[in-house]
Every structure is written in structure tokens, then in C-alpha cells.
Design a protein around this ligand. Structure first.
Ligand code: GLV
Ligand code: MG
Length: 338
């Protein structure tokens, strides 16, 4: 079975060996639902097989008075639904909330054998992962659960970003990291008021002096999240875990959503969150390499023979390093086709 280590191997030359072997299962769209919302919960069985990950959300977006209802709704879904090829995840409440202990002590004995990954919000440092790791080990042992539940941390505080390396390395349970742009923006005191994506005011302007053409002052919107995504991708590659873009709140703006997801994909992310079924389609498309790209990658690999030296293909120089990049593309295509 391919693992995260295989996925990153072509990128990890010279890096320390990844810490663990995580089975590589596609997770292009992590689709969020509120298990306490009857309408949403009723749709879950029919979504199995249509999306890589179904995540029952217990944290933000669930009102305080509904926390217990959502938690119990998740238990019911976990007990009743056969998830087949779809992964079953949850996002628990944050460690500084009054709900998280009940989340874990309720969920693990009841559906710990079904849960693939627990997403932990607002992770600040390794100590948060150590706490979760210990608690899960105790609850799993008590419940006789033999397959360790994996842990996914959301990067949504400046301290979390500063401690990114130690968070990735904090436990063999670590499966991946997601960017949490909304909370991170607030924590950093950025001047955004939206959930992920760009901002029309964050741009570069072309130098207007070129050619003296009146009114020629082209602007380009910049990716507000480039720095954090790049940092997250490096840390995940080094530690053999998976990086994800998080939520995109403007459901109607499918173009900007696709652009944001694609930027994340091109930088190395393997998936993103979906807040509406329309975003599942976008993520599945964006986080799967295109047929043309895979065809080209296979052509480069074939042309390079034993992988050493260099060849000219369509006027471009290809060498060992291009083969490594092409193998990333082909490995992902094979993994998604499996
Ligand atoms: C997600 O939880 C975010 O804060 O963006
Ligand atoms: Mg958040």
C-alpha cells in the first residue's frame, strides 16, 4: 500500500526520514456536515462513495446549546452508516473549550473503531497533540480499539504557525495539517472579514510608466495565504504527513474557490475542505492532476530512460529533477485511480 512517505519521497531528498507510514487514501475534499442538523445528517448515507472524506463538525458553526445534540448525532451516524471507501472524520471542539472532554470521552468508546481521523482545532504547540495522544491512547485501550485514531491539526493561530515543526512531529498519530484562514486571520490581526480566499484590496499594481499609455495600470490580486501554505507544505513534506487548504466561505464564488484550491494544489496540498456539495466537485477536479499533465509526465519519464543525464523535449531541458517532479504527478494519478 502506498503511504505518505511514498507520496513525498520524490520531494524529500536530503530530508530526515518521515516518522511514520500513513496509508495514502485520497482526501481531496473533506466535506463538513453538522451531525446535529437532521437535514444534513439524513444526506450522509447517500454521500458515501461520492466524496473522499465526510467530517462531522462539532466545533465552530455549531451553537453552544447544540453541542451535545451534534455530538450524539455523530455517534448515531457513526454507528449506523457503513462508510465504505469514504473516510469518516470529526472536528472536535478546541482544547480551551468546555466541550472537548465530553467530545472525546463520548466519541471514542462509541465510534472510535469507525473514526479514521480526529481534527483538532487551534493547535498551539506539541503539548496540545501530546494531550490528545495520551487521552486517545487511554480511551482506545479502555474500549479495546486496536487501530489508532489519527490526528489532524488545524493551523489557525500565530503560535501554531511558529510551532509548526514540533506539531508535525508530536505524535505518530499525526495525519496532516489544514490551514484555518479565518481564525488565523483574526489571531494575526489581518484586516479580512471573510472565511478564506483572497481579498480585492491585496494586490500588486503594474508599473504605470511603461510606454506612456494612458490608463494602463493593470492590477493582480495576490494570494493572501501563500506564505502559510508554503510553510505548511514544507513542514508536512519533511515529516511525511499531508497538507490541506481549509475552508472557502463564499460558496457562490466558484471561480475564486477553484483558483484558491488550485494555488494550494500547485504548492503541494493534497486537498481542501468542502462546506457545500458544489465545493466537493471543485476539490475533486483541482486536486486530481489533469490528463494532459500526467501524459506529459509519463513522456518525460520515458524519455529520460535510466533517469540520469539530460534530454531535450519540445525545446525544454529535462533532467533527473524533472523526472522526480513528474513522478510526483504520476504517483498521485495512480493513487487516485487505485
Ligand atoms: C477554520 O476553522 C478557520 O478558522 O478558517
Ligand atoms: Mg477555525
Amino acid at each position: 500500500m502506498r503511504t505518505a512517505k511514498d507520496f513525498f519521497a520524490p520531494l524529500a531528498v536530503g530530508a530526515p526520514a518521515p516518522l511514520r507510514e500513513i496509508p495514502a487514501r485520497p482526501s481531496r475534499a473533506i466535506h463538513f456536515f453538522d451531525p446535529g442538523n437532521e437535514k444534513m445528517a439524513a444526506k450522509v448515507p447517500a454521500m458515501v462513495g461520492t466524496v473522499d472524506v465526510l467530517l462531522g463538525n462539532l466545533e465552530d458553526a455549531v451553537k453552544a446549546e447544540n453541542k451535545e445534540k451534534s455530538r450524539l448525532g455523530l455517534v448515531k451516524i457513526g454507528q449506523e452508516v457503513d462508510f465504505g471507501p469514504t473516510q469518516f472524520w470529526t472536528r472536535i471542539n478546541s482544547l480551551d473549550s468546555p466541550w472537548v472532554l465530553d467530545d472525546l470521552t463520548t466519541l471514542v468508546p462509541a465510534i472510535g473503531d469507525k473514526l479514521d481521523v480526529i481534527m483538532v482545532p487551534k493547535v498551539q504547540g506539541a503539548e496540545d497533540i501530546h494531550y490528545i495522544d495520551r487521552l486517545l491512547a487511554q480511551l482506545e485501550a479502555k474500549a479495546g480499539i486496536t487501530k489508532p485514531i489519527q490526528v489532524h491539526a488545524i493551523l489557525e493561530t500565530a503560535r501554531g504557525v511558529a510551532n509548526i515543526e514540533e506539531i508535525c512531529a508530536a505524535s505518530p498519530r499525526m495525519q496532516g495539517l489544514s490551514l484555518g484562514p479565518a481564525d488565523l486571520a483574526a489571531d494575526r490581526r489581518m484586516k479580512t472579514t471573510r472565511v478564506g480566499g483572497g481579498h480585492p484590496g491585496y494586490l500588486v499594481r503594474q508599473d504605470p510608466t511603461d510606454g506612456d499609455i494612458e490608463g494602463l495600470r493593470t492590477t493582480y490580486q495576490q494570494d493572501l495565504w501563500h506564505y502559510t501554505i508554503a510553510r505548511m507544505v514544507d513542514a508536512c513534506a519533511m515529516h511525511g504527513i499531508y497538507p490541506y487548504y481549509g475552508p472557502f466561505g463564499d460558496i457562490k464564488d466558484v471561480v475564486a474557490c477553484e483558483d484558491q484550491f488550485r494555488n494550494a494544489f500547485l504548492l503541494g496540498c493534497v486537498g481542501a475542505w468542502s462546506l457545500h456539495p458544489v465545493q466537493i466537485k471543485i476539490a475533486n477536479k483541482v486536486f486530481s492532476p489533469s490528463v494532459e499533465d500526467v501524459k506529459h509526465a509519463r513522456r518525460v519519464i520515458a524519455a529520460m530512460g535510466d533517469g540520469t543525464g539530460a534530454v531535450m523535449l519540445d525545446g525544454k531541458m529535462e533532467d533527473d529533477a524533472s523526472v522526480k517532479q513528474c513522478k510526483v504527478m504520476v504517483a498521485l494519478a495512480d493513487e487516485l485511480a487505485a
